[in-house]
Design a protein around this ligand. Structure first.
Ligand SMILES: O=C([O-])CC(=O)C(=O)O
Ligand SMILES: [Mg+2]
Length: 226
């Protein structure tokens, strides 16, 4: 993936990227992860972290942050747990200081007031104040995660905005960016066509709105022979 493609994805809404993933038959739209505050966006290569529960003492939260490169999106899997955190205000301030692009948590964070007054972006299942220290520990860093049926590999492109989070496989970023760009172009054309006097039904039909995200059927998909 070139810097140009990464830049294109960074400029595209997650809605159009999600449509492109649908068209290519790829899973990558992450259900149930919401932005902590309105208006935030982030896009960058995934830095993956998996947590696991500990029975008693010895759990830790967040020491891996020293190793995260600037521009990455930290993608943390705490198995969707909402009863203890894996991110807090110290981590937010350190990540912002290191120019980390953002954090996605399949779990919860705390110290939300700090994050909302710091130039840093988090998407999560929710928020809760009880720490993960002595409750969870890091099981793996920079290994593939499987979250809600989506595989997130280190270096995959994570894009997130007000609609939520999408993950684009690094090797498919070029195709996804080009289809998502076309989705954007067609959607703008539909609105322009209505402003020129067409009905929504006419404009959508003229520009193929309903199948923008529909996978192209090949002979092998349909069982047809050429
Ligand atoms: O225990 C945690 O979730 C971490 C925390 O509060 C912080 O980084 O400030
Ligand atoms: Mg804290």
């Amino acid at each position: 993936m070139s810097a140009r493609v990464a830049g294109e994805l960074a400029d595209l809404p997650t809605a159009s990227i999600s449509d492109a993933l649908d068209k290519l038959g790829l899973r990558g739209s992450m259900h149930g992860l919401s932005p902590l505050r309105p208006g935030q966006r982030a896009c960058g290569p995934a830095y993956t972290v998996a947590y696991e529960p500990v029975d008693d003492q010895g759990g830790t939260v967040g020491d891996f942050l020293d190793d995260v490169p600037a521009g990455s999106v930290v993608f943390i899997d705490n198995a969707g747990r909402t009863d203890c955190t894996v991110w807090g205000g110290i981590m937010t301030q350190v990540a912002a200081h290191k120019h980390v692009a953002g954090t996605v948590i399949n779990g919860v964070c705390r110290d939300v007031a700090v994050t909302t007054t710091t130039d840093y972006r988090i998407w999560s299942v929710g928020r809760f104040m009880r720490t993960g220290k002595d409750r969870v520990r890091v099981r793996a860093v920079q290994e593939p995660l499987l979250v809600d049926g989506v595989t997130i590999r280190p270096g995959d492109v994570v894009c997130a905005d007000e609609d939520g989070v999408v993950v684009v496989p690094a090797g498919r970023a070029d195709e996804v960016a080009s289809i998502a760009t076309e989705v954007e172009r067609v959607e703008a054309a539909i609105v322009a066509t209505v402003r020129d006097g067409a009905t929504l039904r006419e404009a959508r039909s003229a520009h193929g709105y309903h199948s923008l995200q529909t996978p192209d059927r090949t002979a092998s998909d349909t069982g047809e022979t050429a």
